[in-house]
Design a protein around this ligand. Structure first.
Ligand code: SF4
Ligand code: SF4
Length: 105
């Protein structure tokens, strides 16, 4: 198991309140609002933590760069992907890559 798989397992085993606390603390660390792809719509909708929560809900469609690799959450969770707001959460992207054997740049 790599870091991400271990962290996902740990979060799955947490009580719902504990998991919510963990999510809130990760959201506080998310650097998406400083990213060129982040939009006013996303800000108004208070979107963040796409790596765990999944794609933006109709607020981000254009990829203008991704600063996820420099985010502390990426290191903490052992993320291997990026552009989570447009391409889906780490879990979803890993699954897709397994199915299609592709690596997006
Ligand atoms: S890795 Fe990206 S999506 Fe995840 S918290 Fe950091 S900036 Fe946000
Ligand atoms: S997921 Fe990546 S591309 Fe999307 S807003 Fe966050 S840092 Fe930018």
């Amino acid at each position: 198991m790599d870091t991400f798989e271990l962290m996902a397992k740990k979060m799955n085993e947490m009580a719902p309140e504990e998991r919510m606390k963990q999510i809130e603390s990760l959201k506080a660390m998310c650097t998406c609002p400083g990213c060129p792809s982040y939009t006013i719509c996303a800000k108004k909708a208070r979107e963040s933590l796409y790596c765990a929560m999944g794609k933006s809900f109709m607020c981000i469609s254009e990829e203008k760069g991704c600063i996820c690799p420099t985010c502390p959450v990426a290191k903490n969770l052992g993320l291997k992907n990026k552009f989570f707001c447009t391409r889906g959460a780490e879990k979803a992207q890993r699954y897709e890559h397994t199915l299609w054997g592709s690596t997006m740049v």
